[in-house]
Design a protein around this ligand. Sequence first.
Ligand SMILES: [Ca+2]
Ligand SMILES: [Ca+2]
Length: 130
Amino acid sequence: MQEKSIKVSYLYFSLEPKAAEMAMNSILNAADIKKALEAFAAADSFDHKKFFEMVGLKAKSAEDVKKAFLVLDADASGFIEEEELKFVLKGFASDGRDLTDKETKAFLNEADKDGDGMIGIEEFVALVHE
Ligand SMILES: [Ca+2]
Ligand SMILES: [Ca+2]
């Protein structure tokens, strides 16, 4: 199961590298995304609160945040799983870096309020607007 979700995310981002970026650019400003990705370019520097603020997602309505969630849920399972979270920056821009395991786990722990190991859509909206 775990292996399958890794493969799905990998395929999604390698075959359609621009699909997620294009969808995200319909919600957010590409220049803001670029700036935010540059701010967290160093490994283990990722801060989801500052990132969501910098890309402009925090200021968006719940409806727009849900649209962003659907882009990041690459396999359309209804959840952002740990393996999708690792590639979450590629959902904003195709050249976004992978999160480190440490960043991925910290991000998941912050977002996963019900403790099922995945980020549901309502958990994502709550996290972004936190
Ligand atoms: Ca998913
Ligand atoms: Ca959860």
